[in-house]
Design a protein around this ligand. Structure first.
Ligand code: GLN
Length: 538
């Protein structure tokens, strides 16, 4: 069978959930035993989102091979339970960089280098790249942005060309739009969808399927109307009604037969029925919790849901695994100090100190660690959160009052968290952190060992600073256990406190590998510890 290409574009507004629709369709096709991957093309000029503030585009997701990518890749991995890579996220910046690089090499032989055909050729080459590996039957390509935006045009043009160049049955275009409900008129409105499809058509593209995001069911008559105006069959107008969980969307798409319509267009007959057993088991646990637990997420980007996307999703997976609903309470680290920490963290059965960059909110995070340590409340520190746990221990147990990270105070006299030599000479910010999967050796008999059930693990990283080796002996002598280390460099990856019921800090980002079918072990153990704490306190 030839590789099939499915493109997913969006119209009317952004944030309609193209990533979730793409991932849901991929899940259904995967459940029919097809090998599927998803890639995202983002129209911005940054080479990758690594240099973006979380307020701009939410969390930056990191792949095994160390690419800093759009957070939608996190959804792809969580839904498919399969890793993505550098090749799965392409930006306008990367396209232009390679075209300009080729031009400087003289590869265009004196020609004028133009958006069409040179930029669009490079976009098409990247769109087809994963399909040429032979690893996949279906490549789903999500087009970032909204059709009609100036910056999306070259991507739309590339898809137009591919619609003609690929065999008809190898190319499907799905367009996601919004059907708003006007409460004053008590009516759903299809006009924005019609206009958005017309914009596509003006660019020479014809969608095969229209998925309408809506708050209310769309009646058949209305679907027929959309079909009539947009040149698709009525059964190819699909409703995507708001769901209580993103993990429900594959099932709502299955009910709407999105997979079947796409299969019909791709001439894929005789595929098995989708096997969603594991997924349904997860949903059953998710929707039938037996208990609740309150966990504080101490961070500085708390105004924006998407900034901690993978952590929140990990709590959903770990909660389901523990048959409990995890209620995550955002606590702004900037507003925590010694005088109010007890009040801010009151009633919490677990405290997670979040990853982050820069000085803002640092002291509040350190206070939150101290509170968790002294009051024996389950604690989980991730990346910067782990670094703050080390600083807290150095200050309040070891007595090194000036302990600090050199990220926050470059000339600190006590840099317990510091830059490694190989980072010191770097000047460029993009793509230069310690990124992607690294191995970690775990000490036998430690909490980490109990959690993972093995002595060697691999987790993903995204940081520049490390626990400073010069202070490790003193910290260990004072009672901090460094239970996980990188086997090549000896860098500290995991710290814990043996005389605390559950206190763990990790330099890596375990949240990046949690999926519904494989919940991350530290999150599962942390939620369990929080439940134990709550039930003991009763
Ligand atoms: N800012 C810290 C560092 O660069 C931690 C990064 C993070 O939390 N991802 O080391």
């Amino acid at each position: 069978m030839s590789t099939k290409y499915i493109f997913v574009s969006g119209g009317v507004t952004s944030s309609l959930g193209k990533g979730i629709i793409s991932a849901s369709l991929a899940k259904l096709l995967q459940a029919r035993k097809l090998r599927v991957t998803i890639q995202k093309f983002d129209p911005y000029i940054n080479i990758d989102p690594g240099t973006l503030n979380p307020y701009e585009h939410g969390e930056c997701y990191v792949t095994e091979d160390g690419a800093e990518t759009d957070l939608d890749l996190g959804h792809y991995e969580r839904f498919l339970n399969v890793y993505t890579s550098k090749a799965n996220n392409v930006t306008t910046g990367r396209i232009y960089r390679s075209v300009i690089h080729k031009e400087r090499e003289g590869a265009y032989l004196g020609k004028t280098v133009q958006i069409v055909p040179h930029i669009t050729d490079e976009i098409k080459r990247r769109m087809l790249l994963l399909g040429q590996t032979g690893d996949y039957d279906v490549i789903i390509t999500e087009l970032g942005g909204t059709v009609g935006d100036i910056e999306s045009l070259p991507f739309v043009e590339a898809v137009r060309q591919l619609q003609w160049e690929l065999p008809k049955e190898d190319c499907v275009l799905i367009h996601l739009t919004l059907v708003p409900y006007l409460s004053a008129a008590k009516e759903l409105k299809t006009k924005p969808t019609q206009h958005s499809v017309r914009t596509l058509q003006q660019n020479g593209l014809q969608p095969d399927v229209i998925v309408c995001r809506t708050e209310h069911p769309i009646p058949m008559e209305m679907r027929k109307k959309v079909a009539l105006f947009c040149n698709v069959k009525p059964n190819a107008v699909i409703e995507s009604i708001d769901a209580s969980s993103i993990y429900e969307v594959p099932l709502t798409m299955m009910k709407e037969k999105l997979d079947e319509i796409v299969m019909e267009k791709m001439h894929l007959e005789g595929l098995p029925e989708p096997d969603m057993t594991k997924w349904n088991d997860f949903l059953h646990k998710l929707f039938n919790p037996e208990q609740e637990v309150d966990i504080a997420l101490v961070g500085k980007y708390v105004e924006l849901q998407d900034a901690y996307k993978s952590i929140l999703e990990s709590f959903i997976h770990a909660g389901a695994e523990n048959k409990c609903k995890v209620k995550v309470h955002y606590v702004h680290s900037e507003y925590i100090d010694a005088s109010n920490v007890a009040e801010k963290l009151q009633g919490m059965s677990g405290i997670l100190v979040a990853p982050g960059f820069g000085e803002r909110g640092i002291e509040g995070k350190i206070e939150a660690v101290r509170y968790a340590r002294e009051n024996k409340i389950p604690f989980f520190g991730i990346c910067l959160g782990m670094q703050m746990a080390v600083i807290e221990y150095a200050r309040n147990v070891l007595g090194l009052k000036d302990a600090m990270s050199s990220e926050v105070r470059p000339n600190t006299p006590v840099p317990v968290i510091d830059l490694m030599e190989d980072q010191k000479s770097l000047t460029a910010k993009g793509g230069t952190m310690r990124l992607g999967a690294y191995r970690c050796k775990i000490e036998e008999g430690s909490l980490a060992h109990k959690i993972y059930g093995k002595t060697e693990i691999s987790e993903r990283h995204r940081h520049r600073y490390e626990v400073n080796d010069n202070y490790v002996k003193a910290l260990v002598d004072a009672g901090l256990r460094t239970s996980g280390k990188n086997p090549e460099t000896g860098l500290v990856e995991i710290v814990e406190l043996p005389d605390h019921p559950f206190f763990i800090g990790v330099q890596f980002h375990p949240e990046l590998k949690s999926t519904p079918e494989n919940p991350q072990p530290i999150f599962v153990a942390f939620v369990k510890a929080a439940l134990d704490y709550k039930n003991r306190a009763k």
